[in-house]
Design a protein around this ligand. Structure first.
Ligand SMILES: [Zn+2]
Length: 645
């Protein structure tokens, strides 16, 4: 099971059926007095690539901003994972303030039960696990309006007490199935039984007289005796002469030629209610993409997204905000992860198909930005782009080393495509500056940069080989470790935990001297690990008790593994598997990453006035924004004003 599959299985399963309306008090008197602050988040925008493209004239608007205002590399969090980093941006403080330390945490009372760190679902209720006070609460209280589009680490959308805060939730928002995006693929050569391949399901289509029937899976019908996904039936008619397929679904007829995408389609699912014989209708949206008509018909359907015009659960604050957007923009992606990297990793998409789907996501985001700017008066506007992150994960390759899945030529071509994305972002920035450069404080930032992910380190296998994990046949930390002799284990992408007595259910290491000795030994040995070519694998191992402070440090791993550039935790590590070797090549299309040591992957910061601070970091943005509105920096924040030395 990998990260995304895990997320799908643990979180948010039942949220889709309950629309929760946040309570709103009367809108407090506005006190922003026309003051404007515009913040643009480009997830994963990398300083080296930016600097190269600014220097060679490919990003003139960024370059202009750098020269007329301020530019700096931006310190990120340890570890530099997006949910951790954006939560620190939100609180203006280190992860000890918000309690998110990795995509995956564990419950020590159950020894190592893993869970998604961002949100928790119990019954039909999903709760945000990010703790502390987001900086917009201070604005809300002061009567200053703020609107956030697609900010990560903010699902379910955080409520506004005074009605001055609006948001559309981003990364972490589920699809209608309660997963983080499950495509459905129908093909004549599909598997005989439906196959869930992590991020998507494959089905077979049987044609008779050029007609086949299929069923789209929707949300789980949880009140059935045996809960199962609700289904929406459709038929595919094939015109072999015209090389056209017609999809007939719920009285809509969609004609597609190979290589064509449909528009967004509303699809209705019926689910059981406590009232006998009454079925409730839940609407989602998807787009179809015909990959091939003949000889082997292949049809892709996007994940079933929550319908923005009829949301089955709240993805905005206030809940009605999404309908306002939809009235103007129609239907659009509402899931947190929109670029379908899983379809590429699982061989459903070719590189070109991934690129064109990711381009559709970007086009939608640009239309949303237009909406955002047209509906913005004053106060704070925050807008987020995922393209610089999701496309970099799949397309980045900046060396001559062999790419995991592409030829040298293709690796270069797609890295070139990434440069095109940066140039598009430059055009976007140009539009923003045209509107606001002389009217607003403009801040443009990324949460981290990027690096090749060439080699993977299986830390649990290393721990086993070095006798920290015991159990002669142990293959998985979650399953078959001998806890009576195991002293340390790893879970998530960067976390290492001591099997501590009194904390872990079967803990054996005494806090105090014994734990200290073990920690020091682990740091020394891990930082000394070398690859077969003598390269350093781990840049730095950090002690959480030295780098985190605040009221929410309890879930933190004991040690954070900061990988050297080119390395990352192995795919198996994230959920505790030990079947692979200690070090191996990364063999996935997901060929670049940022879950390294924070020093290896700083982000970027551009502003339209000079930055006075020497080494600004993500936690400094929230305090700076509050001061732009004339407010004091709350004591709970670690950051300072970047415009003051
Ligand atoms: Zn990120």
């Amino acid at each position: 099971m990998d990260r995304r599959e895990f997320l799908k299985h643990t979180a948010l399963a039942a949220t889709v059926l309950t629309a929760s309306l946040s309570t709103q008090t009367a809108r407090a008197a506005k006190r922003s007095n026309g003051k404007k602050v515009v913040v643009i988040g480009f997830d994963g925008m990398d300083p080296k690539l930016c600097e190269e493209l600014m220097d060679n004239g490919s990003m003139p608007n960024f370059d202009k901003l750098r020269k007329s205002g301020g530019y700096s590399r931006l310190g990120t969090t340890t570890p530099p994972q997006s949910p951790v980093a954006w939560a620190s941006f939100i609180n203006g403080a280190n992860p000890g303030s918000h309690g998110i330390f990795d995509f995956i945490h564990r419950d020590p009372k159950k020894q190592v039960a893993p869970y998604y760190s961002g949100a928790k679902t119990e019954g039909s209720k999903t709760t945000l696990l990010r703790r502390g006070t987001p900086f917009w609460d201070y604005l809300d209280e002061a009567g200053i309006s703020s609107t956030f589009y697609d900010l990560p680490s903010n699902y379910p959308p955080s409520p506004s007490k005074h009605g001055n805060h609006k948001c559309l939730s981003g990364m972490g928002t589920p699809d209608l199935l309660g997963s983080y995006g499950t495509y459905q693929h129908f093909a004549e050569d599909g598997p005989f039984r439906p196959k869930d391949e992590g991020g998507g399901i494959r089905y077979i289509l049987f044609f008779e007289d050029n007609m086949a029937s299929g069923k789209l899976s929707g949300p789980t019908d949880s009140l059935l005796e045996k809960p199962a996904p609700a289904k929406a039936e459709f038929k595919v008619y094939l015109d072999t002469k015209a090389e056209t397929a017609m999809i007939d679904i719920q009285d809509k007829k969609i004609f597609l030629k190979p290589g064509q995408w449909s528009d967004w389609q509303q699809v209705t699912f019926k689910v059981t209610t406590p009232i006998k014989f009454y079925k409730k209708k839940v609407t989602g949206i998807c787009r179809f993409y015909l990959q091939e008509a003949a000889p082997n018909l292949r049809l892709y359907a996007t994940p079933i997204n929550i319908d923005p015009s009829k949301p089955a659960s709240a993805v905005t604050e206030p809940a009605s905000f999404i309908k306002d957007i939809s009235k103007e923009l129609g239907l659009f992606y509402t899931t947190g992860f929109q670029e379908d990297h899983k379809a590429l990793s699982n061989g459903i998409f070719t590189d070109e198909e991934y690129v064109s789907q990711a381009q559709m996501v970007l086009d939608e985001r640009i239309r949303l930005l237009d909406y955002a700017m047209n509906n913005y008066d004053d106060g704070l506007l925050y807008f987020y782009f995922s393209s610089t992150d999701m496309q970099a994960h799949m397309l980045w390759w900046d060396t001559d080393d062999k790419h995991p899945t592409r030829s040298a030529e293709d690796a270069k071509k797609y890295h070139g495509h990434l440069k095109d994305i940066y140039q598009k972002m430059d055009t976007v920035l140009g539009d923003i500056l045209k509107r606001y450069n002389d009217k607003a404080a403009v801040m443009v930032l990324s949460d981290h940069g990027f690096a090749n992910f060439k080699r993977q380190f299986n830390i649990n296998t290393w721990l086993k080989e070095n006798c920290y994990i015991q159990g002669s046949k142990a293959k998985n930390v979650l399953v078959d470790v001998d806890w009576s002799k195991t002293t340390a284990y790893a879970l998530g992408i960067n976390g290492l935990y001591i099997n501590q007595k009194g904390r872990e259910k079967y803990g054996i290491v005494n806090p105090g001297a014994q734990k200290e000795e073990l920690i020091n030994e682990l740091i020394e040995k891990l930082e000394a690990v070398k690859d077969t070519d003598d390269s350093v694998v781990i840049r730095k191992v950090s002690r959480s008790d030295e780098i985190y402070s605040g009221s929410e440090t309890a879930p933190a791993p004991d040690l954070i593994i900061g990988y050297a550039k080119g390395y990352r935790a192995s795919w198996d590590t994230c959920l505790g598997q030990m079947k692979s070797k200690v070090l191996s090549d990364n063999d996935r299309a997901w060929s670049a990453d940022h879950c390294a040591d924070a020093s290896e992957v700083p982000g970027v910061l551009f502003t339209n006035k000079p930055i006075a601070m020497a080494e600004p970091s993500l936690v400094d943005l929230a305090p700076t924004i509050l001061q732009e509105f004339g407010m004091d920096i709350p004591e709970t924040m670690d950051g300072k004003n970047i415009f003051k030395a």
